[in-house]
Design a protein around this ligand. Structure first.
Ligand code: SF4
Length: 544
């Protein structure tokens, strides 16, 4: 344990600016980044969450039960998704894939920011494949935002995310400076070359269109390739929540059957303990059989996830700014890192500060609208990056980190399958609680623990988030969300330390029981505490 603490805290040696041992982008984050967009989660939540009922993965995308014309939220009879295990008891095995779970793109909203950028990047890729003689005629590109995307998109940075995708910037790798530049210079023209076509685009090419109408989905947008007034190519898209996108004529991709079907931890543990199949191997085999991908493709994807997370933490540790929105919240990660160099907090204080600063760093990057990975959601996106970074501090081999990601996904899948990952459905226990539980499993797996310790660590972290409500101040994913990411990461380490030191046979609560408890708590939680900003901190904190 002491070695772990020392290794985590011994980080100021290799890079004088960010204290990272794995940073590869020291020049990437100017200190004066000043994001200008305002992101209102409350507006977003009230408008879109109801309609995103089919979306389940990345949280913050499902409805609390709104009533009729007033838009007021019922507080006595929470609306529950049919996907909650307490509602729908009989389901097949877990079929979720890694790409559905770990989604990369700009924060702070998976449906209003990440989804639109994925849509316009998809459109960019489609038109890049059009015949040359068609592209030769092209004079412009336009995107029309409808419904909730139009109503609340400005506050979520939907326009800049959409423009970035149209300009061919991949959601997973778009530099934060580029996104900030788009917002800071709304009239600037940007050139994009698509085959023989050289087009000039501005934010004005992203049009906030009708907010009401007969839309296929409340988050509808169309993208057009134009030749003057003539439309050369057009496609209607839907940002269906959680970063997922669909389009007119979309068909769900075919999936194979898992090699080792399971829907609860007890079935999973049977494979691991009775059949002695390592957890990471089981997850990998299932991923290959469900998605049809090769081991190499899966590891490449996980490496990219880790890279995006580490880049986000490194950027967040260097940038100091007042975060967008009415709270005027000042970032903390960089200051914590600076102070750490001269701290006299001792080993425990240094370790906790270090891990917490990583959680702050990525949580603040999400609030800035920079690139994040849903793990499991955007609001809880700081936890797994903090854990990943602290594992890199320990010089854990890349393969073990990959195995940690697989273990982490297993916990997220179980929680999604048997409870919920949505703050709007289950409060913050479903977002930060699950993220912390995933983090605990990741640490245990990466450090070579057996399946009982991995499961106990995950259980412990989740157990101590049960009942945690979702009450974001002013509807922004900042207070309490960012600090909760820091706590979630520290609690992940705490849970791992307890589980790895106790006799694993003596733990009296198993993971399935705690996931069931989370689902029941979600069912009974007052709707005021389900991302409506109508209870808790959201009403106690008065903004001046
Ligand atoms: S309080 Fe928790 S669940 Fe709610 S938005 Fe923030 S991170 Fe998500």
């Amino acid at each position: 344990m002491e070695k772990v603490l020392e290794a985590i805290t011994d980080i100021e040696s290799e890079c004088s600016s960010c204290s990272s041992k794995v940073c590869s982008s020291c020049d990437s984050a100017p200190a004066d980044i000043k994001p200008s967009n305002l992101f209102s989660r409350r507006e977003f939540g009230r408008t879109i969450l109801t309609a995103s009922a089919g979306v389940m993965l990345a949280g913050c995308s499902k409805s609390s039960k709104e009533t009729g014309e007033t838009g007021k939220t019922e507080t006595s009879a929470p609306g529950l998704s049919s996907e909650l295990a307490v509602v729908q008891k009989s389901k097949g095995p877990i079929m979720t894939t890694l790409e559905e779970f770990y989604k990369m793109g700009p924060g702070p909203s998976s449906s209003h920011t990440m989804g639109p950028m994925r849509i316009t990047y998809d459109f960019f890729q489609r038109i890049s494949k059009l015949p040359t003689d068609q592209l030769k005629k092209a004079t412009g590109l336009k995107v029309h935002l409808f419904g909730s995307l139009s109503a609340t998109g400005k506050g979520h940075g939907t326009d800049r995310a959409s423009l970035a995708g149209l300009l061919g910037k991949a959601p997973a790798t778009c530099p934060p400076q580029f996104l900030d530049g788009l917002a800071a210079n709304p009239n600037q023209e940007y050139k994009v070359t698509i085959g023989p076509a050289n087009l000039n685009l501005t934010l004005k090419d992203i049009i906030f269109d009708a907010t009401k109408g007969e839309f296929h989905h409340p988050n509808t947008m169309t993208a057009k390739l134009l030749a003057g007034d003539e439309t050369l190519y057009e496609l209607e898209y839907y940002s269906v929540g959680g970063g997922f996108i669909e389009w007119k004529g979309y068909k769900q991709p075919d999936k194979g059957q898992p090699k080792y079907p399971f829907s609860h931890a007890k079935e999973l543990k049977k494979y691991l303990i009775d059949d002695k199949i390592p957890l990471a191997k089981l997850l990998l085999e299932n991923e290959m059989s469900i998605s049809g991908k090769s081991e190499k493709d899966i590891y490449e994807f996980l490496d990219q996830v880790a890279e995006v997370m580490l880049r986000g933490v490194d950027t967040g540790l260097k940038v100091e700014s007042v975060l967008p929105g009415p709270i005027k919240l000042h970032s903390k990660a960089a200051e914590m890192q600076r102070n750490l160099k001269n701290t006299s907090k001792g080993i425990a204080g240094r370790a906790i500060t270090q891990v917490a600063s990583y959680g702050f760093a990525m949580g603040e990057e999400n609030a800035r609208g920079h690139i994040i990975v849903t793990a499991p959601t955007a609001g809880s996106a700081g936890i797994i990056p903090a854990v990943t970074k602290s594992l890199y501090d320990l010089k854990i081999p890349v393969q073990k980190i990959r195995e940690g990601f697989l273990a982490s996904a297993a916990i997220g899948y179980l929680c999604k399958h048997n409870a919920t990952l949505s703050g709007a459905e289950g409060g913050c226990q479903a977002e930060v609680g699950v993220g912390s539980s995933m983090g605990a499993a990741m640490i245990a797996e990466a450090l070579g623990e057996g399946p009982k310790v991995v499961s106990n660590a995950a259980e412990s972290a989740l157990e101590h988030h049960l009942g945690m409500t979702c009450d974001p101040v002013a509807g922004y994913v900042q207070v309490p969300c960012i600090e909760r990411c820091a706590y979630g990461a520290v609690k992940a380490w705490t849970a791992y330390c307890i589980a790895s030191e106790e006799n694993p046979e003596e733990r009296r609560v198993d993971l399935d029981t705690t996931i069931d408890a989370m689902a029941l708590t979600a069912k009974e939680m007052n709707n005021k505490y389900k991302e409506t900003s109508e209870g808790g901190l959201a009403v106690s904190v008065v903004l001046c």
